[in-house]
Design a protein around this ligand. Structure first.
Ligand SMILES: C[S@@+](CC[C@H](N)C(=O)[O-])C[C@H]1O[C@@H](n2cnc3c(N)ncnc32)[C@H](O)[C@@H]1O
Length: 204
C-alpha cells in the first residue's frame, strides 16, 4: 500500500479526522445537506434510518425526529452516540436486527460503492423490508470524477477503499431491481461527484 493510501486509511479510521477532512473536501457538505432536505422530510416526525451512517455527520439534520443510524464500524457508532442526536446501532446493513416496515424513509450516503453487486442487492432488499409501503430511499453514491481536470478527485478515488465505484447506469440497474426510481441527478459536492437517486417502494 502506498504512503498516500496509508494516510487516507489512518484518517478514515479516526471519526473526528474523517468528518473534518470530508468537510474540507466537500465544502462543508452544503450540496449534500441541501439535497437531503429537499428529497427527505426533515423535522416532520418521520422515522428515518441512516444506513452506513459513519460517525453521524448528518444526524443533526434530523434532530427531534425518530432517527436511527446504523454502521458496521463500532468506533464510528461510539463517536456518534457521544456527539450526535438520535439512536445509533452497530449492525450490518445487509441484515439488521430491526422490525420490518419500521421506517418512513432511509438515507444511504457513500456506502454501496464499498459493496459488491450481491451485497448491494442484499442492502437494497433490507431497505425494502424496513420501509413502509410507499417509503422513500435517498441514495447518494460516488461515481468516477466527471472532469478530467479534477485531479484530486481522481487521486482520492484511486486510493480510497471504495472498490465498487460504478458508472451511473450500473447503480440505476441495481436500484431498479429493488424499487421504482422516482428521481435522479448527478451532483458535485466540493471535489466529489455523486449520483443521487430517490427510490420509492410499492404502496401495497
Ligand atoms: C464513506 S463512509 C460514509 C459514512 C456516512 N454515510 C457519511 O457520509 O459520513 C461508508 C460507511 O459505510 C459503512 N459500511 C460499509 N459496509 C457496511 C455494511 N455492510 N453495513 C453497515 N455499514 C457499512 C462503513 O463502516 C462506513 O462508515
Amino acid at each position: 500500500m502506498g504512503l498516500f493510501a496509508k494516510l487516507v486509511e489512518r484518517i478514515s479510521d479516526n471519526p473526528v479526522l474523517f468528518i473534518l477532512c470530508r468537510r474540507i473536501l466537500e465544502n462543508d457538505f452544503k450540496a449534500i445537506r441541501a439535497l437531503i432536505r429537499r428529497d427527505l422530510k426533515v423535522r416532520a416526525g418521520l422515522r428515518t434510518l441512516d444506513l452506513g451512517c459513519g460517525p453521524g455527520a448528518f444526524a443533526h439534520i434530523f434532530e427531534g425526529d425518530p432517527y436511527v443510524g446504523a454502521d458496521l464500524n463500532a468506533r464510528y457508532i461510539a463517536h456518534a452516540q457521544r456527539k450526535c442526536p438520535g439512536t445509533f446501532v452497530v449492525g450490518d446493513a445487509r441484515k439488521l436486527d430491526l422490525p420490518g416496515r419500521s421506517f418512513d424513509q432511509v438515507l444511504i450516503f457513500g456506502m454501496l460503492h464499498h459493496l459488491s453487486d450481491d451485497d448491494a442487492r442484499a442492502v437494497l432488499g433490507e431497505v425494502v423490508r424496513l420501509l413502509v409501503p410507499g417509503g422513500r430511499l435517498l441514495v447518494i453514491e460516488d461515481i468516477p470524477a466527471v472532469s478530467k481536470l479534477n485531479l484530486i478527485g481522481h487521486l482520492i478515488h484511486n486510493v480510497e477503499n471504495g472498490e465498487h465505484i460504478r458508472p451511473t447506469e450500473e447503480y440505476r440497474r441495481l436500484y431498479s431491481e429493488a424499487a421504482r426510481v422516482e428521481r435522479e441527478e448527478i451532483l458535485q459536492s466540493g471535489i466529489c461527484d455523486y449520483y443521487a437517486a430517490v427510490l420509492v417502494t410499492p404502496t401495497s
